[in-house]
Design a protein around this ligand. Structure first.
Ligand code: NAD
Length: 289
């Protein structure tokens, strides 16, 4: 299949490489980078010419809208725009509507699994769009990921993503708070991990991505909190979930608090480049008495 891949950053480039390794003909485009091992066009419009599927993996909804305006007219009718970026639900719905008007199919399919998942082809995709469109791109999900859930109509993938990451932000903070409290109570971190990871306080944040270095499976904490999943990206997702909550009148006080905490961490303390689990050393040193 001829596939265009627009946005070859930390996530896009390894995802494109998985498709190339599986035998697909990939043409990429990114204004900031031209990786040696991914054939690249001079523009997004050129990359999508005669492609069956155009994949976008971009920083935010505004850039997605601008790229969609550029690529939709250049795509063959019946081709499919698969957006894997994390963006606001409304942008996903608007871009899907624009695609439909241009005679294209569209799927929004943000991912979970980070750069490791993108590199190893083990992402989870949460997809929104018609059944026909989902069926068309399902083989690509199999290559780039280990699981794809068809969540509903356009925008449903983004809705699932921001709900998941709202849980993740809140549980990471709760896990970090508990470690910081345990420190002050004289409880060893290893004992804390051994108990909580097999008790009712367990979570992905504790068991798979432990914010305390030296305990549990290897995580960014063991690498001086190099991301991983940067706190700035977590803040982005928490802002998206609060924006969505406000738009539909949902009551999300824990999500709002998590957003405030990451906002302070990123904006006031300038720590957006650290992994989002670096809230632990932050809490352990700031704000206590
Ligand atoms: P990134 O900043 O590394 O990559 C984005 C790329 O988009 C950059 O290379 C940039 O040059 C390119 N770009 C910007 N404007 C463009 C344009 N007009 N045309 C073409 N390319 C353009 O970001 P990333 O980490 O790869 O994340 C991409 C998306 O995936 C984001 O929406 C992010 O929220 C989401 N995501 C990231 C992770 C992660 O762990 N990094 C995990 C899940 C989801």
């Amino acid at each position: 299949m001829k596939i265009a891949f627009i946005g070859l950053g930390n996530m896009g480039a390894p995802m494109a490489r998985c498709l190339i390794a599986a035998g697909h003909e990939v043409v990429g485009f990114d204004p900031a980078t031209t990786p040696d091992d991914i054939p690249c066009a001079d523009s997004a419009a050129q990359a999508v010419t005669s492609a069956e599927v155009a994949i976008t993996m971009l920083p935010n909804g505004d850039i997605l809208r601008a790229v969609a305006d550029e690529i939709h007219p250049a795509m063959d009718r019946g081709a499919l725009h698969l957006d894997c970026s994390t963006v606001d639900v409304q942008s996903a719905r608007d871009v899907a509507e624009a695609a439909e008007k241009a005679g294209l199919m569209a799927v929004d399919a943000p991912v979970s699994g980070g750069i490791g998942g993108a590199t190893n082809g083990t992402l989870t995709f949460m997809a929104g769009g018609t059944q026909d469109a989902f069926t068309k791109v399902a083989p690509l999900f199999d290559i780039m990921g280990q699981k794809a859930v068809h969540c509903g109509d356009s925008g449903a993938g983004q809705a699932a993503k921001i709900c998941n990451n709202m849980i993740l932000g809140a549980t990471m903070i709760a896990t970090c708070e508990a470690f910081a409290l345990a420190d002050r109570l004289g409880l060893e971190r290893q004992k804390m991990f051994d108990v909580v990871s097999t008790s009712s306080g367990y979570s992905w944040s504790m068991n798979a991505y432990c914010p305390a270095p030296g305990v549990g499976p290897e995580s960014p904490a063991d690498n001086n909190y190099a991301p991983g999943f940067a706190a700035a990206l977590m803040l982005k997702d928490l802002k998206l979930s609060q924006q969505a909550a406000q738009a539909v009148g949902a009551n999300t006080p824990m999500g709002a608090q998590a957003m405030e905490i990451y906002n302070e961490f990123v904006e006031t303390y300038g720590k957006g480049g650290l992994d989002f689990s670096a809230i632990l050393p932050h809490l352990a040193t700031e704000g206590g008495t």
